[in-house]
Design a protein around this ligand. Structure first.
Ligand SMILES: Cc1ncc(COP(=O)(O)O)c(C=O)c1O
Length: 376
C-alpha cells in the first residue's frame, strides 16, 4: 500500500515544537499529571504500577468508563486504541477495499481521506457549505450516497469549522446511510469542547451500523496519553481488535491507568468544564481580532473546538500555503493553511493554548498578512 502524504499532520509534526508561537493546535493547554490526579486517590498506584502489557483492547474499568459516555453502550462495544488516529485507522482498514466508495464530509481532518485513498478506495466529497454556516446540504448527501457506498465519514463537531450538526441532521444522515446499507464513521473527538451549551450528542444509538471514534487529545486536553477508542457493535469491535494485533497491540500501562482516572464520569465532566473555561476565556481575543479585520476576513463563530476557520479576501493575494510558510519562516508562527484541507482562501487558527501566545501570534500575523493593503 502506498499512502499519500498527510499534509497537515506532517506540517504540524515537523514544526509545532520548533516555532515560537504555535496557533495551529486544535485542542487546549494540556493537563499535568498532577492536575489530573488531584483528589483521585490514585497517585500512589501510579508509582507502584507494574509496567507489564496491559489488557490489549483496554482495561475493563477503562472500557466501562468510555461506555458510560455513550448512552446504552457497554464494555463489549469499546476498543481502546492509541489515539483517535489508530481508531480511525483500524476502522478504515477493516472497511475499505480497492474500489470502495466513501462519502466524506469535507473539510475534515484528512486522515481518513488519506487512508481510504491508500487502500484504493474512492472519496466522494460532501462539502460543508459556508452559506449554511458550515452545515452539509442533505439533498447533496442523498445524491452522493448509493448502494455502492461502503462508508460515510463524518467529523462532528467538525474540524476545521467548529460546526456541530443538529440532531435532525444526524438522524437524516443515519436514514440516508440505512437506505444504502452503508456504515457511518463518526469522529467525535471534539465532543465535550463546546463553547456554549451542553455536550454534543453522539451518533451512537441512532443506527446499528455506526462506529464512533474519539479520544483524550482534544476535549480532555490529554494528547500525550495517546488514548483513543472505537465504540461500535460488539461483534464488529471484536473484529477490529484483530487489526490492532498488527499495529500497536495495546496502549501503555500508564496511559490505561491515567485514562481510567480521566474518564471516570464525574472527573470527565470536571475536565470538560476546564476545557470550556479555557475556550470561553480565549475566544474573545481571536473574535476581536477577526472583527477588527472584518473588511478582509470572515468567519462563522465555532460551536465547539478550539479552532476558527477564517476566510480571507482574495484581494490579499495569498495562496494559503504561501502565507503559512511566510508566517513560519519570517515570524516563527504556525497556523494551518486551507490547502491542507484541499481548499483555498482560508486559514485555521487555534485559540486553546495560552492567551498571551495567541495575542502575540495574531499581531505577527498582522505584520505579514496585510502587507499589500498597508503598502497601498
Ligand atoms: C478530527 C480528528 N480526529 C483525530 C485526530 C487525531 O487525534 P489523536 O491525537 O487522538 O490521535 C485529530 C487531531 O487533530 C482530529 O482533529
Amino acid at each position: 500500500m502506498r499512502i499519500p502524504k498527510f499534509e497537515m499532520e506532517r506540517w504540524q509534526s515537523q514544526w509545532e515544537n520548533v516555532v515560537e508561537l504555535n496557533i495551529s493546535e486544535s485542542g487546549v493547554v494540556p493537563l499535568t499529571v498532577r492536575e489530573l490526579m488531584e483528589g483521585s486517590g490514585d497517585a500512589g498506584s501510579l508509582l507502584d504500577t507494574k509496567l507489564g502489557y496491559p489488557q490489549s483492547n483496554g482495561g475493563e474499568k477503562l472500557r466501562a468508563h468510555i461506555a458510560a459516555f455513550y448512552p446504552g453502550a457497554s464494555q463489549e462495544n469499546v476498543l481502546v486504541t492509541t489515539g483517535t488516529a489508530e481508531a480511525n485507522y483500524v476502522v478504515t482498514c477493516a472497511l475499505v477495499e480497492p474500489g470502495a466508495e466513501v462519502v466524506m464530509m469535507l473539510p475534515n481532518y484528512m486522515q481518513v481521506a488519506g487512508a481510504v485513498r491508500g487502500f484504493g478506495g474512492d472519496i466522494k466529497p460532501l462539502w460543508l457549505r459556508e452559506d449554511l454556516r458550515w452545515a452539509p446540504d442533505m439533498d447533496e448527501l442523498r445524491r452522493l450516497v448509493t448502494s455502492k457506498t461502503k462508508l460515510i465519514a463524518i467529523c462532528n463537531p467538525n474540524n476545521p469549522t467548529g460546526a456541530v450538526l443538529t440532531e435532525k441532521q444526524m438522524d437524516e444522515i443515519c436514514a440516508i446511510a440505512a437506505k444504502a446499507g452503508a456504515w457511518i464513521l463518526a469522529d467525535e473527538v471534539y465532543r465535550g469542547a463546546e463553547l456554549a451549551g451542553g455536550t454534543t450528542p453522539t451518533f451512537w444509538g441512532r443506527y446499528e451500523k455506526v462506529l464512533c471514534t474519539a479520544g483524550l487529545s482534544k476535549a480532555f486536553g490529554l494528547p500525550g496519553l495517546r488514548i483513543g477508542w472505537v465504540v461500535g457493535p460488539a461483534g464488529f469491535v471484536e473484529n477490529l481488535w484483530g487489526y490492532k494485533d498488527y499495529t500497536t497491540i495495546g496502549i501503555s500501562m500508564l496511559s490505561d491507568l491515567l485514562a481510567t482516572v480521566a474518564l471516570e464520569p464525574a472527573r470527565r465532566e470536571k475536565i470538560f468544564e476546564r476545557t470550556r473555561a479555557i475556550l470561553r476565556k480565549n475566544y474573545p481575543v481571536l473574535r476581536d481580532w477577526l472583527d477588527h479585520h472584518a473588511d478582509l476576513l470572515r468567519y462563522v463563530p465555532p460551536t465547539a473546538g478550539a479552532i476558527v476557520y477564517v476566510g480571507y479576501n482574495a484581494n490579499l493575494g495569498w495562496k494559503s500555503m504561501e502565507l503559512a510558510e511566510s508566517l513560519r519562516v519570517k515570524k516563527s508562527v504556525l497556523i494551518v493553511p486551507a490547502s491542507q484541507f484541499e481548499m483555498e482562501g482560508y486559514l485555521r487558527i487555534g485559540f486553546g493554548y495560552e492567551r498571551e501566545i495567541l495575542q502575540k501570534a495574531l499581531s505577527r500575523v498582522d505584520e505579514v498578512m496585510f502587507r499589500q493593503v498597508a503598502a497601498d
